[in-house]
Design a protein around this ligand. Structure first.
Ligand code: DAH
Length: 351
């Protein structure tokens, strides 16, 4: 015979309280509500009761069902929570393990120098233009008034691409002048930073190096403008107000007249220092753009003329930051970089 209904609540509650796992709780659910369950037995017995008793008992069973259901639900939640906690405890991660060593890099002084030079020229209204590292003969030489057989071609120690008769690694950034003029009409003011290549390697040469080219074309641009622009640049870049800047006559096929620019320097113990000290250091080439170059680019030379300049980035960086070996820029030595490199934040402050 089944357990009396009035005792059932207490019995079931005790069972539920004692359950330790979700499996045990499930077994209790079956024991109560299953086919031969404790409550099911009472439900079945309803059929044999007279109408009025049936109603009364039916209500009691229903109330009990609700109570048991909510007890099961609460216990289920409790057990699930503790089971999850147990699982998490088992899977605990040991955060006391030491991390792997982490090297933080810095900006190469080349990157820093290009950013500094670009900023100075941008303030003067120059826009940045870029050209390809793989050039053709026409843009690297011919259009710049360096025809085949011109001795300047030998001086450039050019890397030619295997199997591509006409392709080479640009020996200077000057071809960006030509590429810009093919797309844009004057007036224009551009600087073109980038990699350049020559088959040369020793203490003072690397096969890959960097230059920044400048070009300014407009009506009535003269050598005075060139001189003012370059003097302002040198003084701002080296952060020396009275830095002596000298223009020395020179030759480049793509400018006429051409000049080389020297800045003042002096020897401090065995180090070369930039400033007013009676000696001179060559830092860049420049000149008024040759008519032949402008004509190659279909510029009306009666209307427009201007100046161009080209500067080696490594040289600027070595002089400003006291770096003595050119090759060290490209050694990828993290210790060297930590010493001579720049943090991104320093750079942002400067700009
Ligand atoms: N392209 C020259 C070189 O690589 C540098 C140069 C000199 C560029 C004079 C110029 C310039 O634009 O006017 O040696």
């Amino acid at each position: 015979m089944s357990v009396e209904l009035k005792n059932l609540e207490k019995i079931i509650e005790e069972k539920i309280t004692k359950a330790r796992t979700l499996d045990e709780l499930n077994a209790i659910r079956v024991e109560v509500f299953g086919k031969k369950g404790l409550i099911t037995a009472h439900l079945k017995s309803l059929a044999d009761l007279p109408e009025k008793d049936r109603k009364e008992k039916g209500k009691k069973i229903n109330d009990l069902k609700n109570i048991v259901n909510s007890l099961l639900q609460n216990k289920n939640k409790n057990l699930s929570d503790t089971e999850i906690t147990k699982k998490l405890q088992k899977e605990e991660i040991d955060i006391t393990l030491t991390t792997r060593p982490y090297d933080q890099g810095k900006l190469n002084p080349i990157t820093q120098t290009i950013a500094e030079v670009s900023t100075i020229f941008q303030k003067m209204g120059f826009e940045t233009a870029l050209g390809p590292d793989i050039e053709d003969d026409y843009h690297n030489f011919t259009a710049l008034n360096i025809p085949p057989e011109h001795p300047a071609r030998q001086l450039h120690d050019t890397f030619y691409l295997k199997g591509e008769k006409n392709k080479l690694l640009r020996t200077h950034t000057s071809p960006v002048q030509i590429r810009t003029l093919e797309k844009k009409k004057p007036p224009l003011k551009i600087i073109a930073p980038g990699r350049t290549y020559r088959a040369d390697s020793d203490m003072t040469h690397t096969p890959m190096f960097h230059q920044i080219e400048g070009l300014y074309l407009d009506k009535n641009v003269n050598m005075g403008h060139l001189k003012g622009c370059i003097m302002d640049f040198c003084r701002e870049f080296f952060e020396i107000d009275n830095l002596p800047v000298r223009f020395r006559p020179s030759f480049f096929p793509f400018t006429e007249p051409s000049a080389e620019i020297d800045i003042g320097c002096f020897k401090d113990k065995s180090q070369i220092k930039i400033g007013d000290g009676g000696s001179w250091l060559e830092i860049m080439g420049c000149g008024m753009v040759h008519d032949k170059v402008l004509k190659h680019c279909k510029v009306d030379t009666k209307k427009y003329q201007g100046f161009a300049f080209g500067v080696g980035v490594e040289r600027l960086a070595m002089l400003k930051y006291g770096i003595s070996d050119l090759r060290s820029f490209f050694d990828s030595d993290i210790k060297w970089l930590n010493n001579f490199g720049f943090s991104i934040f320093e750079n942002i402050e400067k700009i």
